[in-house]
Design a protein around this ligand. Structure first.
Ligand code: UD1
Ligand code: CA
Length: 461
């Protein structure tokens, strides 16, 4: 069906008390406006116009989404009016949603449109009953239950304010009468704004059919005006995400301590242990075990990977690799299949080949490590000379003794060995032993002589 949607996202969001526009505050890792757009797309709406203010919201929407600018936030009605030009010629229903209501299920939007069309209405508003209607517009019905008007809290009489049925801010309209009515609204209210809500009363006055679609689940209509509501929305969405993954075959020992962002994707038989964060567009393949105390951000994990008490940022990890405990994989790494990264190792912008090991206390940065390499405890790649970064290359099967410094740029050849404690500043050919440390010297009976000298000095004092 030919449905268009307008998302209102140009408000100031004053109640957030934030330098960041309200629309960009994330809910489960995704800006709330992006979440709203995603819901509409899932509901099968492909023509989506976002009304943005003169701020960075448009930049964050990407080029997939159409937007129009509302230069000044003069009210929700004025905001919808900005989409008039863009919607010229559109002949299906127009859904209007606020960018600060990110909890609708796509089915609810579909159902609203279906209801509106079945009723042959010109305008339909989605309402819910809430315990505490503070801050919402109240739905005023006449004695036989049909729609009369919406009154904002600030404009309501005490009697009207008692109403528990609220305007969710989600509507469906027929295009032409919508814009005709929008041209008639006036900012005659406490906030001196052009209210979209007034459109429905105008339509009714002009004998158009205005209907109410009352939705059973008030949670879905939660509007985010402040950070307390943001936290409530985050909790609801997080709960839904965890439940969906569990039903899709993911085990969670203690779901309440697991945080999964909206865009992350997990496969069957993934096990998530407590206190684990899976952020951004992380992907986890079958059989991987994550946690406890793990953080993955934009990480791509192959099958049967283990990540324990570790952080993995914007990197990929091959099948069967083991990371942690206490490892830090920084962006742009690829850890090969079967590799092992152990305790207190930091890896950055590095490729680790398959079955290679960095098991203890190392920094490996800007490095290409081949396969079956063993990097001893305490190895450091000295990648930075104070001005520039340089790469280190460690070829297949090389054995790096403990506590080596590899001063980049440097190439450690295949099958070579480095003596423990070496500071390597030049290339080591394949198969060679590279040692770069001063030779050990032993002074016999030194301890005895030293002890004698000490006690003589003490006596003479
Ligand atoms: C609005 C409704 C209220 C409803 C509530 C539901 C009006 C007048 N009031 O109140 O009846 O119960 O939502 O959550 O419509 N926006 C713009 N441009 C503007 C003003 C707002 O794009 O000039 C956008 C905001 O970014 C926001 C949405 O419209 O996404 C709603 O604005 P907001 O100020 O949050 O309205 P509420 O006071 O919540
Ligand atoms: Ca709001």
């Amino acid at each position: 069906m030919n449905i268009a949607a307008v998302v209102l996202a140009a408000g100031k969001g004053t109640r957030m008390k934030s330098a960041l526009p309200k629309m960009l505050h994330p809910v489960c890792g995704r800006p709330m406006v992006t979440q709203v757009v995603g819901i509409l797309q899932e509901a099968g709406i492909h023509r989506i116009i976002v009304v943005v203010g003169p701020n960075e919201v448009a930049d964050r929407l990407g080029d997939q989404i159409e937007f129009v600018t509302q230069a000044e936030p003069l009210g929700t009605g004025h905001a919808v009016l900005q989409a008039e030009e863009a919607l010229k010629g559109h002949n299906g229903p127009v859904v209007v949603v606020h960018g600060d209501t990110p909890l609708y299920l796509p089915d609810t939007i579909k159902e609203l449109v279906r209801y509106h069309q079945a009723a042959g209405a010109t305008g339909t508003v989605l309402t819910v009953d809430v315990e505490d209607p503070t801050g919402y517009g109240r739905i005023i019905r006449d004695r036989d239950g049909s729609f009369v008007k919406i009154v904002e809290q600030k404009d309501a009489t005490d009697e009207e304010a008692k109403t528990k049925e609220i305007n969710s801010g989600t509507y469906v309209f027929a295009r032409e009468p919508l814009f005709a009515a929008l041209h008639q609204i006036k900012p005659q209210n406490v906030q001196k704004e052009y209210y979209l809500t007034d459109v429905l009363a105008i339509l009714r006055r002009e004998r158009h059919k205005v209907d109410i679609y009352k939705h059973g689940d008030a949670e879905e209509a939660l509007g985010i005006n402040n950070r307390a509501q943001l936290a409530v929305a985050e909790g609801i969405l997080r709960d839904r995400i965890r439940k969906a993954w569990m039903l899709a075959g993911v085990t969670m020992l203690d779901p309440n301590t697991v945080y999964i962002d909206a865009e992350a994707k997990l496969a069957e038989d993934v096990v998530i242990l407590p206190f684990t964060f899976i952020e951004g567009n992380s992907r986890i393949a079958k059989g991987s075990v994550i946690g406890p105390f793990a953080r993955l951000k934009d990480a791509h994990l192959g099958e049967n990977v283990t990540v324990t008490q570790a952080t993995v940022m914007a990197s990929s990890i091959g099948a069967g690799a083991v990371v942690g405990p206490y490892s830090y994989i920084r962006p742009h790494c690829h850890i090969g299949a079967g590799a092992r990264i152990g305790g207190f190792c930091e890896i950055k912008n590095t490729v680790i080949g398959s079955n290679s090991k960095v098991p203890h206390l190392s920094y490996v940065g800007d490095t290409d490590v081949g396969s079956d390499v063993n990097i001893g405890a305490g190895t450091i790649t000295c990648n930075y000379d104070g001005a520039e970064k340089h790469r280190t290359i460690i070829e297949d099967r090389a054995f790096i003794g403990s506590n080596c410094n590899l001063v980049a740029p440097v190439v450690i050849g295949s099958d070579s060995y480095l003596g423990a404690g070496s500071t390597i500043t030049g290339n080591v050919p394949p198969g060679a032993l590279g040692v770069a440390r001063s030779r050990q010297r032993n002074i016999p009976d030194w301890a005895g002589k030293w002890g004698k000298k000490q006690s003589e000095e003490e006596e003479s004092r």
